[in-house]
Design a protein around this ligand. Structure first.
Ligand code: UT7
Length: 331
């Protein structure tokens, strides 16, 4: 098949509220020096009371549609990746579709911090295989709502954001767009990063709330170890699938979870620091929003240019991993 999904427009939305390391020093037993050295994070954005996963997604999605030069009615499908949905029912895409002004099909996709790349692959595949013209793919999170403010192992890491991409369709065989991808999940490791309460396994009761089962829990060291391996293996498999070497990659856009994970992974993949997009110091880990946020920023400031080969790679709760190789630009 010669049809290809290309990135026709993009945008991001972040709350104005900032949570600095100095703020966190007042809340938990930590220091700015420890956080910077162990994670690379200096501050994160935090949603205000009236901001939600859907409101951030609507802002990013509507702007991306506008920048793609489209009216909302031109969108044929909305795929929204999130680990922090608006409500348990209905799905977040319903709120976002209404906010953007579309009546097309929509669904949420849960694959943790790998969610955006999963959504990109799903959206692109439905576009090329299903004859769609435009698909809106969004990663949106309000992790500040699920992080235990008293848990220094997690509260220092996560932030809130949304970012969106409009996929367009080209029938030219040499068109830019999604060239190769790799998705995976090792479900033997579900307990490493989880919220136990609130689902069918542990419905919410006063007891589960008292026990803090509605908060995110993470075994950081083990997630770290697996994350490096997942990004390297998945990134390498994607390059191999496309018949491309690491030396040909113009930009590596990894999930922004920890600067040490990013450095270790890019080093093993053979990609230099100057070709790696990093913004973790300003946003922390924004889960499904992290890769599109970094992509949007690097495309906006002119680092990523038309024709560039871009490797995205993420990993997260599940444990999931996902990589995508894109040729940036319009056909
Ligand atoms: O998006 C997907 C998933 N998330 C990730 O990818 C996160 C992966 N994991 C990590 O980024 C790291 O494991 C953390 C940043 C969470 C923790 O860093 P670490 O280097 O693995 O620290 P550690 O858990 O091995 O703890 C080292 C020490 C411990 O003290 P002792 O036992 O050596 O005395 C911790 O109690 O650091 C202590 N510690 C802290 N100290 C100050 C743990 N958290 C903090 C903190 N401030 N916030």
């Amino acid at each position: 098949m010669n049809t290809r999904a290309f990135v026709a427009g993009w945008a991001s939305a972040v709350p104005d509220g900032r949570l600095t390391n100095a703020d966190l020093e007042q809340r938990v037993d930590t220091t700015d020096a420890w956080i910077v050295e162990r994670t690379g994070i200096r501050e994160r954005r935090v949603a205000s009371r009236d901001q939600t996963t859907a409101s951030l997604a609507i802002e990013a999605g509507a702007t991306a549609v506008k920048y793609a030069g489209l009216a909302p009615e031109a969108i044929d499908l909305l795929v929204l990746a999130t680990a922090t949905p608006e409500q348990p029912i209905p799905h977040t895409g319903a709120f976002v579709g209404e906010g953007i002004g579309v009546r097309c099909g929509s669904f949420d996709l849960g694959a943790g911090c790998a969610g955006f790349v999963y959504a990109l692959v799903a959206g692109a595949s439905m576009l090329t295989g299903g004859g769609l013209e435009h698909v809106l793919v969004i990663g949106a999170e309000t992790l500040s709502r699920i992080v235990n403010p008293a848990d220094r192992g997690t509260c220092i890491l996560f932030g809130d954001a949304a970012a969106a991409m409009v996929l367009g369709r080209s029938d030219r065989p040499d068109a830019p767009g999604l060239l190769a991808w790799d998705l995976g999940c090792d479900g033997s490791a579900t307990g490493l990063l989880e919220i136990r309460g609130g689902g069918s396994r542990m419905p919410t009761t006063p007891e589960t709330v008292a026990a803090g089962e509605h908060w995110l829990r993470m075994q950081g060291q083990e997630v770290f170890r697996r994350a490096v391996r997942a990004v390297v293996d998945s990134g390498a498999a994607t390059l191999e699938g496309a018949g491309v070497t690491a030396a040909e990659v113009d930009w590596f856009v990894p999930h922004q979870a920890n600067l040490r994970i990013i450095d270790a992974a890019r080093h093993r993949l053979g990609i230099p620091e100057e070709r790696t997009v990093v913004n973790i110091e300003r946003y922390g880990n924004t889960s499904a929003a992290s890769i599109p946020l970094a992509l949007a920023e690097a495309a906006d400031d002119g680092r990523i240019r038309d024709g560039d080969l871009v490797l995205c790679s993420g990993f997260g709760a599940g444990m999931t991993w996902a990589s995508a190789l894109l040729r940036w630009g319009h056909p």
